[in-house]
Ligand binder design. Structure first.
Ligand code: DP6
Length: 349
């Protein structure tokens, strides 16, 4: 027999960034962060997990290609979920698995992204969140999403925020074992539903260095990152939560853009310096800044993760349509600017 579960998890984009760990194995951050979860129709991972007595080892396929599960991150997630497994019974199929059986049963995992993994768009967030969620369903784990987020966090920090829709805060926590380092939903996807997210794919090449190792170098060598984590982010988190509650787009834009810029400044302050944005990214920033200033009230917020692609958050559909017009005018697709496609994703509408 084979027992299967399929789940779908969207990716999330941080508006107050996580950058820097206080514990690399447990993945504990040096500051709180806030993100918005995207609509699963646009950027998400679908994962099927299966268990059968015929499986003699844990195996995983990502977009059809087998990947190694030997990395500590996968092992940590599998171990944590297995430790919480419960009895499972499927009467129709005549399957009965006891809590104890799970120790000797192996799983097969097949995971697909509905966006190109090579596009350099956050895929580990949706991937680990979906892995943990689907395994928890398969093994009848009775933990709430907060507790599951602490397990997904051990796969990839940003993954813990993908367990909820809407705006989500990852509370860094204080405990050494990470038990209080969990995701907390701020507002659900129905709140502030006029926002529209457009991702301008500036470069579809895969990242050269993993964000994990750069993060470590930033913590070890940048003076700015400590100031950011201790002095800047705590204030921004409070202001951002208030802006989200009030749907205050001007404050939201100011904080989102400033935080993205400071994160990239910290990367530049790292030795050796890291340049995630390229000329096209910089031109997009100028274009948005000029437009926002000429309108008097901001129309679009921008934020860039560990890569050159722009995530643009428009205040409403009208601004989003105007933004697309502007982008197409300044960066015609397939021109030498290599801004080669747009992914349009409403905020988990
Ligand atoms: C720039 O979550 O990918 O996207 O915890 O090492 O897996 P690991 O890092 P990851 O880093 C994400 C960094 C970011 C900002 C953010 O999502 O908050």
């Amino acid at each position: 027999w084979v027992l299967m579960v399929t789940a779908q998890t969207p990716t999330n984009i941080a508006v107050i960034k996580y950058w820097g760990k206080r514990d690399e194995n447990l993945i504990l951050a040096i500051n709180d962060s806030i993100s918005v979860t995207l609509d699963p129709a646009h950027l998400c991972t679908t994962t099927t997990v299966a268990v059968s007595p015929a499986f003699n080892q844990d195996r995983m396929w990502l977009n059809g290609k087998e990947i190694s599960l030997s990395g500590g991150r996968y092992q940590n997630c599998l171990r944590e979920i297995r430790a919480r497994a419960n009895d499972v019974e499927d009467e129709k199929k005549g399957i009965k698995i006891t809590k104890k059986d799970w120790e000797n049963l192996h799983v097969h995992v097949a995971s697909y992204n509905n966006f190109p993994t090579a596009a350099g768009l956050a895929s580990s967030a949706a991937g680990f969140a979906c892995l943990v969620y689907s395994l928890a369903k398969l093994m009848n784990v009775q933990e709430d999403n907060g507790r599951l987020s602490a397990i997904a966090r051990q796969g990839s920090g940003s993954a813990c925020r993908s367990l909820y829709g809407g705006f989500v805060k990852w509370v860094m926590g204080k405990e050494e074992n990470g038990s209080d380092s969990i995701a907390v939903p701020l507002v659900d996807e129905k709140h502030w539903d006029e926002l529209v997210i457009i991702i301008a794919v500036v470069c579809s090449r895969q990242k050269e260095t993993s964000s994990t190792s750069v993060m470590r170098e930033t913590v070890e060598t940048s003076a700015l990152i400590e100031h950011r984590a201790k002095e800047v982010v705590p204030k921004r988190i409070i202001q951002m939560e208030e802006a989200i509650q009030k749907c205050d787009f001007a404050t939201f834009t100011h904080l989102t853009c400033a935080d993205s810029n400071q994160f990239h400044a910290a990367c530049l302050d790292t030795s050796p310096p890291i340049f995630y944005m390229n000329d096209t990214s910089h031109r997009i920033i100028s274009c948005v800044e000029k437009w926002n200033r000429s309108e008097g009230t901001p129309q679009v917020a921008y934020t860039f993760d560990a890569g050159p692609n722009a995530v643009l958050i428009a205040r409403n559909r009208t601004s989003a349509a105007l933004l697309l017009q502007r982008l197409l005018f300044h960066f015609p697709p397939n021109s030498e600017t290599d801004l080669n496609s747009y992914v349009i994703g409403d905020k988990s509408l």
